[in-house]
Write a protein of this length. Structure first.
Length: 478
């Protein structure tokens, strides 16, 4: 879709190419938070993997302590009777967090009184056992995961006592599971708060970090509209400073190229008008008089009488023939100015040879030399005409302004040149030297415009030790 109907400097609507629908900020934020979230999940999984070992160690330690306490109560020969000591020990074991105590059999308190026990035996029997129920707030999957850790710990069985009965001590992970679940919930809450805080801070940092890119995008849009007045700020992070500096430099080059293009366009229009005016003057000053003479001679012949001497008639026709010959010569000159006839008549690259031969014939005092190599690859007619015109204009300048004794023309094809294959044109003379660029005539300007119109370049330099050297390069069309 067009961006608000705006158009660039070429008059085309600013188009946003189809692509990803999510922004760079969203991608960076989602990626970073995804990594953080994966790290948190990995941490929780690590805690869960370590929980069974923690429960196993706690329960095994409690069972070992219970085993030692019961053995100590059974073997002790000091103090209260053995039943009382075992009674007190079992009551103490019931308070352990990681143990479950069950009583089977025994006669209870009445039997103990009959046997003369020193204290009350308050231990419950199997119908009042101390079996603990799983806590409701702990998920079943966590209880099952914790329960796996104590399956390999054997229960502790105390032999049958006539008053107490059989005592079974089992490891019990419920309290540890409740404690672990509470710790896990608190940790999850803290981590979620931290995750939210990190998300907000990261979002603000990314938005601030991407602000120079948004400014750069706005600058590109201004550049597309031909607005070079507002460069981007270069006081940005180091990673983007080089891009902003390069953008400003490119904008300056584009502004210079636009001004130069506008100047060349004005010069081209001026040269076109001058060329048209020159052709119009030549038609008026050169051809019109000859046509008038032909018409005058033809009217005179129409007025002749039958007895007019034949010699006078012949002179009239000879005058007409002379005028027609002059007209043909002028027309050939005009056609040659509009298009090199040698290319159509003699072919390519023989047209360059014919051009040099013409200069040798008209100006025998100057030694003209031609080096044409590999020009058979030039098949584009526009490129052929441009090469011909550049060489022709260079030789014309040598004849008119250089006061030289020698002129060398080299036109070569460079298939392996840097930047791609192209044609190199070099014209060197031993004359006065090049003029200042401000003093370039329309001929030099026309040569430069021809080269630039085809994507090439042309420079006028000083030759060594004296004279002028014109260097041009035009790329071959793809």
């Amino acid at each position: 879709m067009a961006d608000g109907g705006r158009k660039d400097v070429a008059g085309l609507p600013s188009m946003v190419p189809p692509g990803r629908t999510w922004s760079l900020a969203f991608s960076m934020l989602a990626t970073t938070l995804g990594i953080v979230l994966l790290g948190l999940i990995a941490s929780f999984l690590l805690l869960l993997s370590q929980a069974p070992g923690r429960v196993h160690a706690e329960c095994e330690s409690a069972m070992d302590l219970a085993r030692r306490l019961i053995r100590s109560a059974e073997r002790s020969t000091f103090g209260a009777p053995a039943a009382d000591r075992l009674h007190d020990t079992i009551l103490a074991l019931r308070e352990f967090r990681h143990l479950e105590v069950q009583i089977q059999g025994g006669t209870g308190l009445g039997a103990a009184a009959q046997a003369g026990a020193s204290g009350p035996l308050l231990l419950p029997h199997d119908n009042q056992s101390s079996v603990r129920r799983p806590p409701q707030e702990v998920p079943a999957w966590l209880l099952g995961w914790m329960g796996r850790a104590v399956r390999d710990i054997p229960p502790l069985r105390v032999g049958h006592h006539p008053l107490i009965g059989t005592v079974l001590v089992h490891p019990q992970p419920y309290d540890e599971a409740r404690e672990f679940w509470e710790e896990l919930r608190v940790a999850i809450g803290y981590h979620l708060m931290l995750f939210l805080l990190v998300s907000i801070v990261l979002f603000l940092v990314i938005q601030r970090g991407l602000r120079p890119l948004r400014e750069l995008q706005a600058a590109f849009e201004r550049l597309g509209r031909g607005d070079f007045s507002r460069p981007v700020v270069e006081d940005v992070p180091a990673e983007l400073r080089a891009i902003h500096v390069s953008f400003n430099h490119t904008a300056q080059l584009l502004e210079h190229a636009q001004r130069e293009h506008a100047s060349l366009s004005r010069q081209l229009l001026r040269l076109q008008e001058e060329e048209r005016a020159s052709i119009a003057r030549e038609l008026h000053d050169e051809l019109a008089p000859y046509l008038f003479c032909i018409r005058l001679d033809a009217s005179s012949n129409l007025a002749l009488e039958d007895e007019t001497p034949m010699e006078e008639v012949r002179e009239t026709f000879a005058s007409i023939d002379e005028n027609v010959s002059q007209i043909q010569a002028r027309i050939r000159d005009l056609l040659h100015r509009l298009r090199p006839v040698d290319i159509d008549v003699h072919g390519w690259p023989e047209a360059l040879v014919t051009l040099l031969d013409g200069f040798r014939t008209r100006f025998p005092c100057i030694d003209f030399d031609l080096d044409a190599d590999g020009l058979d690859v030039v098949s584009d007619d526009t490129l052929r005409v441009s090469i011909y015109r550049i060489v022709q204009e260079c030789l014309t300048n040598v004849v008119r302004h250089a006061d030289a004794e020698r002129a060398c023309v080299a036109v070569r094809c460079l298939p392996q040149a840097v930047g791609g294959p192209g044609i190199e044109i070099e014209v060197t003379d031993d004359g006065r030297g090049p003029p200042a660029q401000t003093a370039w005539g329309r001929g030099l300007i026309g040569m430069r415009e021809r080269a630039q119109a085809l994507g090439g370049s042309l420079d006028v330099l000083a030759a060594s030790p004296r004279g002028t050297r014109v260097m041009g390069r035009i790329p071959l069309p793809a």
